[in-house]
Design a protein around this ligand. Structure first.
Ligand code: SF4
Ligand code: MG
Length: 336
């Protein structure tokens, strides 16, 4: 397969008042050209930290990438001068956050912001950039695009602002778009429109997308593959069908039962996962999910499970799926 990005054994820790928090603990994944990968999990599972590490956007004061590689077109982004990364950021890899105002300057007209962005990454004259900016606003469905260039961000609605940010992120035809909860703050109708917009733009440009979300409806709508994160690790990874129909990790099964899914019978009761995620400043030995897992075995308390690769890339980190776990210990009727 044609990989555009490879994340290898990424470890990130934060120095806090409560000690060292190991927020990302050995994350591995690849992103294929043109695909959409969803990263799902509860808040604090390391989704956003992983995304920010790729873009070298972690806070300098207290975050440390303690090991790992992030290969983008065969160059390690972690091993690159920051100036080079800054060139790649915004032109080849773009990021969209939940709050569009993090990407917009409230004191500058929308048109000026888009035009300056275009001129920074592309060799365009003022006039050319202006024409392209109008095209972009039209493309993302902003009515009266030419007049709207002269509006300030606060004169746009939240949905319109997020469209502008996505337009800006895609203006330079990035090879990768990383979207962190891009529609979480928006109402359902606008959310659907923004997701459709991202898909349409992806179809046009062939970009790869990493979408970070806790919304399984968004996953079902967008993703080709899914990485499920828990306590700083990817505990399961597979195609969207594998994750939805033959989940193997008890945490994934819990997520599927606890969250509403698109198109699903809404009368089916949701069952929350009992307990809460572990404190990443004081993780013990063993499987981090053990205190909440309905299938915990003795081995789970003493040793963390390794990742087993199943067929065609469906991987899972759980003793239930590890062939070294004695068969008599495995509960029957679980997983695929
Ligand atoms: Fe549950 Fe054990 Fe699997 Fe962890 S390794 S998810 S505790 S069965
Ligand atoms: Mg987050």
């Amino acid at each position: 397969k044609d990989h555009i990005l490879e994340v290898e054994d990424l470890h990130v820790s934060f120095h806090t008042q409560n000690g060292v928090v190991n927020a990302v603990r050995g994350v591995n994944f690849t992103l294929n050209k043109g695909e959409t990968l969803a990263i799902v999990g509860e808040s604090g599972s390391g989704k956003s930290v992983t995304a920010k590490a790729i873009m070298r956007l972690l806070p300098k004061q207290n975050a440390r990438i303690t090991s790992g590689k992030i290969n983008y077109e065969n160059h390690d982004l972690l091993d690159m001068p920051i100036r080079k990364v800054q060139q790649i950021r915004g032109s080849q890899i773009s990021m969209v956050f939940q709050d569009p105002m993090t990407a917009l300057n409230p004191t500058m007209k929308i048109g000026k912001q888009i035009i300056e962005g275009l001129k920074k990454h592309q060799n365009l004259t003022n006039q050319q950039a202006r024409i392209k900016a109008i095209e972009m606003l039209k493309l993302v469905g902003i009515p009266n695009a030419e007049e709207r260039l002269d509006s300030y961000p606060h004169q746009y609605s939240g949905g319109m602002r997020q469209r502008v940010v996505i337009a800006m992120a895609l203006a330079c035809n990035p090879k990768i778009l990383i979207a962190d909860e891009p529609t979480t703050a928006l109402d359902v109708t606008i959310q659907a429109q923004i997701l459709e917009l991202m898909k349409a733009l992806q179809k046009k440009t062939g970009a790869s997308i990493i979408i970070i979300t806790h919304d399984l409806g968004v996953v079902a709508n967008m993703a080709d593959r899914v990485a499920v994160m828990y306590a700083g690790e990817i505990v399961e990874m597979g195609t969207v069908e594998e994750i939805f129909y033959t989940p193997q990790h008890p945490y994934t099964m819990g997520l599927l039962q606890s969250m509403p899914k698109l198109h699903e019978d809404r009368t089916k009761p949701l069952i929350p996962i009992p307990g809460s995620p572990p404190d990443l400043a004081s993780l013990g030995a063993g499987c981090p999910f053990a205190p909440r897992c309905p299938y915990t075995m003795k081995v789970c308390h003493y040793f963390a499970p390794g990742t087993s690769e199943g067929t065609n890339g469906h991987s899972v980190a759980c003793w239930l799926q590890d062939e070294r776990t004695p068969k008599e210990l495995q509960p029957v009727g679980i997983g695929g």
